[in-house]
Structures are given as structure tokens and as C-alpha cells.
Design a protein around this ligand. Structure first.
Ligand code: NDP
Length: 297
């Protein structure tokens, strides 16, 4: 592979394409069935990173022709008040999806809040019922980031069947659900984490390597099997010159692109796909709630 550089997987363009297909389907269901998918986005406090994500989500929802209902609660809101709001949203027919922006302040039990969301409106796919459905092969809502990772991998690989896939990270929101998705695609899946011995050797087995560890540029070029597909989920903010900051992934991109067959950039890879998949989940949830077939797109 000397002298070759990896194909860049352009998450922005792939996400824009998915979003336009979603917008077309939203317009079609509105014309044919007279409803507009709606999503409630609940934010507690004003963590600046969360506010950026919430604004980006609201904009994408509007551009897809869906309705966004934003609920911004003060940092000191009680758990009981938050649970009461979710109860109201669960019972509101206009709202097909409910998203509670994480992290929540420490006085609120995030697991309890997630479990209080009606599972069929859980467009983040974090509810234990959806995690269980997913793990046992039943239909349910799938977390957006892992779904985006699989769509990006499939944009460059005709099939994931039989591939050696290594997932770095085992969180409930990325690593674990990604393992289930890759198994469903018939990949041979290894999941590695902070207690894994000889991480570089494990990574070098991968035809498909997905890094979701939150460690800036930890995956080096020589951890990558020549020609492998690399999906970088990490979003790490590093201080840069002049008080500015820059975002890097979990993979040392400049080294990796000399070895990999295809790689996602950060930013512009997984991030845009996560939002597109949130729209996809909201559309799917709204169709299911109206007794319509779930669009595959
Ligand atoms: P978590 O912190 O919840 O989980 C991190 C995982 O990585 C854990 O399983 C941890 O292992 C493992 N890990 C941490 N350090 C190491 C290490 N040195 N070696 C091996 N494994 C390690 O993170 P998330 O899953 O929520 O997120 C991961 C990254 O993805 C973050 O950078 C986050 O910002 C980003 N992200 C990006 C999204 C997007 O849309 N692009 C969406 C969500 C997250 P252990 O379990 O043993 O502790």
C-alpha cells in the first residue's frame, strides 16, 4: 500500500443525501397520511457543548420538514419535575420522538429518566427495552451514532459479512449497540476497552476498525491493517494556539490515512451521520405510531 492514501469517507455528503431522502419521505407521509413527525428535545441546564448539539438537532429537524418541540429546563430542575414533563410528552400524540440531551446534572438519575421515556418514542435508542430488543433481534429503535457508523462502513464496503470488525469502546451509547449491529451484519466482532491487553495487536486484526474511546489520536497508523476501513467516532477538543481549540478524533488521522483503505475524518465523519440517523429514527417512530410500514430508506 506504499504511496497510497485512504479514501476519505465523506460523512457530510452521505448524511446530506440521507437527510434529503428523509425530507422527501416526510413530505410524502404528510401528503398521504396528514401528519408531521414531531420530536421533543429536552435539555437540562446550559452546558455549552449540549447547547451546540441541541441547536444543530433543531435545525436539522426543521430542514427535514419535521416539528421540533424544545424544552429547556433550569440546571436545578428536580428529577420529579423532569419525569413529569416526560410523562406529558409520552402522552402527546403530536410528539413521536423524545430525546433527553445527556449528560444530566448529577442530582438526576439519567438511567431512570431514560427508562421513563415511552420505548416507542425513544429515538435515541437508549431505553433498556430497545437495547434488549436490539440484542435479541427484535425490531426497535437503534442508537443513532452506531447506526451512522454502520451506514458509513457500508458506503465503502459492499458487505460486512465475515469481516473482522474491532470495536474500541464498550459504552451503552456507542460500543455495545455497535457490536449488536455488526453482528446483525454477520461481521466477526471483537470489542476492546481499557482493560484489553495489547490493543495495537487487537486493532491490527481489523478489516473494519471503529474507535469510540474519547482518547485524542490514540489509535496510531501502525495499529491499522493495511487497507482496513476506519471509522472514527471520537470527538476530542484540544487547546490550540491563540486560545482557540481544535477537534480531533480517537485516531491519528495523518498517520492512519497512509495505511487505511478508507477512513472517516473528524469533524465531518460520524458526527453529521448521528444527526441524520436521529431524523431517520424520528421518521420511523412516527410511521410505526401511525400504523404505517417503517421506511427503510
Ligand atoms: P465513554 O466514555 O462512555 O466510553 C469510552 C469507552 O472507551 C469505554 O468503554 C472505555 O473503556 C474505553 N476506553 C477509554 N479509554 C481507553 C483506553 N485508553 N484504551 C482502551 N479503551 C479505552 O464514551 P462514549 O462511548 O460516550 O464516547 C466515545 C467517544 O465518542 C467520545 O470521544 C465521544 O465524544 C464520542 N462520541 C461521538 C459521537 C458522534 O456523534 N460523533 C456521539 C457519541 C460519542 P472501559 O469501559 O474499560 O472504561
Amino acid at each position: 500500500m506504499t504511496g497510497m492514501t485512504a479514501r476519505i469517507i465523506d460523512g457530510k455528503t452521505i448524511a446530506a443525501d440521507l437527510r434529503s431522502r428523509i425530507a422527501a419521505e416526510v413530505a410524502r407521509v404528510q401528503a398521504a397520511h396528514n401528519f408531521v413527525p414531531g420530536i421533543a428535545v429536552v435539555q437540562v441546564g446550559d452546558n455549552p457543548a449540549s447547547s451546540v448539539y441541541v441547536r444543530a438537532k433543531a435545525k436539522a429537524v426543521a430542514e427535514a420538514g419535521m416539528r421540533a418541540f424544545d424544552h429547556k429546563l433550569p440546571e436545578n430542575v428536580s428529577e420529579a419535575e423532569l419525569l413529569m414533563l416526560i410523562g406529558e410528552l409520552n402522552g402527546d400524540d403530536q410528539i413521536n420522538g423524545i430525546l433527553v440531551q445527556l449528560p444530566l446534572p448529577p442530582h438526576i438519575d439519567a438511567q431512570k429518566v431514560i427508562a421513563s421515556i415511552e420505548a416507542d418514542k425513544d429515538v435515541d435508542g437508549f431505553h433498556p427495552l430497545n437495547a434488549g430488543r436490539h440484542a435479541t433481534g427484535l425490531a426497535g429503535l437503534v442508537p443513532c451514532t452506531p447506526l451512522g457508523c454502520v451506514l458509513l462502513a457500508k458506503s465503502v464496503l459492499p458487505s460486512l459479512s465475515g469481516l473482522e470488525a474491532v470495536v474500541l469502546g464498550r459504552s451503552n451509547i456507542v460500543g455495545k449497540p455497535l457490536v449488536q449491529l455488526l453482528l446483525a451484519e454477520d461481521a466477526t466482532v471483537t470489542v476492546a476497552h481499557s482493560k484489553t491487553r495489547d490493543l495495537p495487536a487487537v486493532c491490527r486484526r481489523a478489516d473494519l476498525l471503529v474507535a469510540a474511546i474519547g482518547q485524542p489520536e490514540m489509535v496510531r497508523g501502525d495499529w491499522i491493517k493495511p487497507g482496513a476501513t476506519v471509522i472514527d467516532v471520537g470527538i476530542n477538543r484540544l487547546a490550540a494556539d491563540g486560545g482557540k481549540s481544535r477537534i480531533v478524533g480517537d485516531v491519528a488521522f495523518a498517520e492512519a490515512e497512509k495505511v487505511a483503505g478508507a477512513i472517516t475524518p473528524v469533524p465531518g465523519g460520524v458526527g453529521p451521520m448521528t444527526i441524520a440517523c436521529l431524523l431517520l429514527n424520528t421518521l420511523r417512530a412516527s410511521c410505526a405510531q401511525h400504523g404505517l410500514p417503517v421506511p427503510l430508506l
